[in-house]
Write a protein that binds this ligand. Sequence first.
Ligand code: ATP
Length: 339
Amino acid sequence: MSDQTLQHPSPQRGSDAEPILEVNNLVVEYSSFGKKPVRAVDQVSFALRKGETLGLVGESGCGKSSTGKSLVQLPPPTAGEVLLNGRDVTKFSHSQLKASRREMQLIFQDPISSLNPRRTAQQIVAEPLRLMNDPHPMDSALRALSEVGVDEAMAKRRPHQLSGGQCQRISIARAIVQRPEVLICDEPVSALDVSVQAQVLNLLEKMKAEYDLSMVFISHDLAVVNNVSDRVAVMYLGRICELASSTALYARPKHHYTNLLLSSVPQPGIEREPQRVASEISAKASAGLGCPFAPRCPAATEVCLSDRPELVELEPDHLVACHHPLEAGAHVMPEPVAD
Ligand SMILES: Nc1ncnc2c1ncn2[C@@H]1O[C@H](COP(=O)(O)OP(=O)(O)OP(=O)(O)O)[C@@H](O)[C@H]1O
């Protein structure tokens, strides 16, 4: 298989697989002086099963990055639990947190700016190894870099002398040498040229299999998320609105927002009508009650404006937060609400 072709993820992990990470009622708020705090993440709960890749998808600003960063306490969440192997990292002391950071590594979107510009690739990867008391950190760094496809000549260069794809390989090596159990990848390929995206995704897959990692994969790109994930959580305005296996979610979405996202992926030869929404529903929903998607939802009714739907398991391993979930086989654009 060519290095540019996307390989498929490992076989799906069953719902009985043990969770390595459990997130309960996570809230992230940003405060700025004299202003009302912005609630970026609102009561988000999910479990990451051992060995799986869980995709986190949604439009820009829905809270994906805030969720990912708060898992590694950068910054810590405003409320909620983050249980790594059953231990709540939000309650950790400074030294416990330092030790646990190794277990959960974050890969950032912009690889060049996430690396120290004054260090060579080899020094960057050697740094955590030194902290881990590796007796030969520079040699080990070189081996780790070679494993991710960075040769000795490139290892002597600084980030600005390398391409985005090469820098992302260095970020992956820096994370992997710390032998994490969980990798949180925040839009790891969206800043890269399309031609190198598949190479980096394949490298992540390879590292995941080799080092027995579990992964949270954050992206706004539905196609990328589908390719790499065992299960997918869809976020809308700070909340998870649907969570299911990638096969079920893409073939039989139950939430109208997931359906809208899937329908807006351009398909050759298919033109879709834009959705219209009743102005009365828009006005009521902007009061902040009920379902956050109601102003855009073609199926919204009174109950959607007054009661916030909880995320419930409608089918085995398929969770939806909706008062009027789509029936099986309804993966088409529903009729818009009349004005
Ligand atoms: N440091 C911050 N201070 C204040 N508001 C923030 C901060 N970071 C994020 N936000 C706000 O929180 C909300 C969620 O942002 P977040 O970056 O988590 O979303 P996202 O889904 O990852 O979007 P994107 O893909 O565009 O990064 C947005 O309204 C954003 O403006």
